[in-house]
Design a protein around this ligand. Structure first.
Ligand code: 13P
Length: 285
């Protein structure tokens, strides 16, 4: 069984001013929560795996076969797209070799000409393997330990060059940040997003979806964002639910150390959150 390519689902969302959520996996529990909820709601979802999460889980084959196994067991092949998130050149090649049908080449740390050259190569290889490609133009910011890097806004001429390289979807820097947003965050640059949408006329991706208000997410969807990436919010929800379990349960009583008990409420908390976003009303019309 081949996994599905994400292109059609995201293009359909773009045409309908709708959105597909990309939720990052961090381990089996995450993967199961995402896939089981998508199936129970009959809603498509993109399950994103960063090279760091892939390494943590054991490697590309482990993640590919774990997701493929869950897709088979939950009969969710038409709903779930496994996607390499923020891959370097070699990560994309490896992912395609293993069977991923959706990859992101992140050349944002390279100079633009190298980013463009590598994106063209990845697109050529991906197309031969029925794999869709996301690329990044500009730089998405990040936050760590209350320090913030605001990234670099996407330049329209560079975005057009990446579109012409053959990418299916494009991740843009419009003031978005991976991780937590600072209290004095300036917000998304909707004028830039509107301009990008008019000039590119293709599905755009909003990374750093955690912590952006529902209202701003909806506005960004109306302006061409068709894929929203979420990781931090689910990590916080999981950690808080585990903290509650450890505060409320004596580990050595009632076999509370059994992992199937100790992860039960964090799994439920993750499922509830995933349900709430997949069922959300994201279309402004
Ligand atoms: P957050 O962790 O800020 O939700 O961003 C996730 C993301 O963009 C993954 O590519």
């Amino acid at each position: 069984m081949e996994l599905i390519n994400g292109r059609k689902i995201v293009y359909d969302a773009y045409k309908n001013k709708d959105v597909i959520f990309h939720i990052n996996l961090n381990n089996l529990e995450w993967s199961k929560a995402i896939i089981s909820v998508a199936k129970s709601l009959n809603k498509p979802v993109i399950i994103g795996a960063t090279p760091a999460a892939i390494k943590y889980c054991g490697g590309f084959n482990t993640v590919f076969n774990m997701i493929k196994g869950l897709i088979i067991d939950y009969q969710a092949n038409d709903l779930v797209i496994l996607h390499l998130d923020h891959g370097k050149f070699e990560d994309c090649i490896k992912a395609i070799e293993v069977g991923f049908k959706s990859v992101m080449y992140d050349g944002s740390e390279e100079d633009f000409e190298t980013n463009l050259k590598n994106t063209i190569k990845i697109c050529e290889i991906a197309k031969l393997n029925n794999c869709s490609v996301e690329a990044e133009v500009g730089k998405i910011g990040k936050s760590k330990n209350s320090e913030f890097y605001y990234g670099e806004l996407t330049k329209i001429d560079e975005a057009i060059k990446l579109k012409n390289a053959g990418v299916d979807i494009l991740a843009v820097g419009i003031g978005n940040i991976h991780g937590e947003y600072p209290e004095n965050w300036k917000g998304l640059d909707f004028d830039l997003l509107r301009n990008l949408n008019v000039n590119l006329n293709m599905p755009l991706v909003l990374h750093g979806g955690s912590g952006i208000s529902k209202e701003d997410l909806k506005k960004s969807i109306s302006l061409g964002i068709s894929k929203i990436n979420i990781n931090t919010e689910l990590q916080i929800i999981n950690a808080m639910a585990l903290k509650e379990y450890f505060s409320n349960n004596e580990i050595m009583q009632n076999k509370n150390y059994n992992p199937r008990k100790l992860y039960a409420n964090s799994n439920k908390a993750m499922e509830d959150y995933i349900k709430s976003i997949l069922l959300g009303d994201w279309n402004e019309n």
